[in-house]
Each structure stands twice: as structure tokens, then as C-alpha cells.
Design a protein around this ligand. Structure first.
Ligand code: FES
Length: 105
């Protein structure tokens, strides 16, 4: 069972056990991670699941789809390591992943 650490915009980091084949957004919602809302249910249209992937993990995640890239490019708080949590599937290969929750737009 992979572990994922979320750093909320404020407050202490939260490390949780994630079921493989859930998205970062779904895992966050299951564990009440502050700042992850998942308003659109994961269809890549709200960005309330915006996270920054820690540098050491950035190249280990699958590349974002064009749809995700388009959505991220429209965010004021985007960074080079921005991802939408609903578009990142947690797998055993991501055990130890650390992400920071973006502040709400
Ligand atoms: S939950 Fe809406 S874009 Fe991710």
C-alpha cells in the first residue's frame, strides 16, 4: 500500500496509506486533506485538486494529458511542478510521494 504525504497550504504534513489505483484527489478526500475539494468529481474541469509535486518526484509521474496541461496553464498559482490531483493515479511505484496542496484560486 503506497504512502503519500500531503503538505497543506497551512498546517502539518499528512501522511496516509493510499489504495493503489485511486487518484491523488480521491486519496486526499478519503483522508480529509485540507485544501483538496475535488469539486468536479475528477473530470479535469475545476482545479480544486491542484498540487505541487516535490521536485524529486516530478519526473517519476506520468506526463500530464493535454487536457490537464490546458487546465493548469489557466491557473494563476501554477508552477512548473503543478499537477491536478484527479489526473494522477497512485500506484505502488509512487510509494513515498510528497505533494504540496496549492492555495485556492
Ligand atoms: S477534481 Fe476537478 S479538476 Fe481535479
Amino acid at each position: 500500500m503506497p504512502k503519500v504525504t500531503y503538505r497543506p497550504a497551512s498546517g502539518d504534513p499528512i501522511t496516509v496509506d493510499a489504495f493503489a489505483d485511486m487518484t491523488l484527489m480521491e486519496v486526499a478526500l478519503c483522508n480529509d486533506v485540507p485544501g483538496i475539494v475535488g469539486l468536479c468529481g475528477g473530470i479535469c474541469s475545476c482545479a480544486t485538486c491542484h498540487v505541487y509535486v516535490d521536485e524529486e518526484w516530478a519526473d517519476r509521474l506520468p506526463a500530464p494529458s493535454g487536457e490537464e496541461q490546458d487546465m493548469v496553464e489557466g491557473l494563476d498559482k501554477r508552477r512548473a511542478n503543478s499537477r491536478l490531483g484527479c489526473q494522477v493515479m497512485v500506484t505502488d511505484a509512487l510509494d513515498g510521494l510528497v505533494v504540496t496542496v496549492a492555495e485556492a484560486e
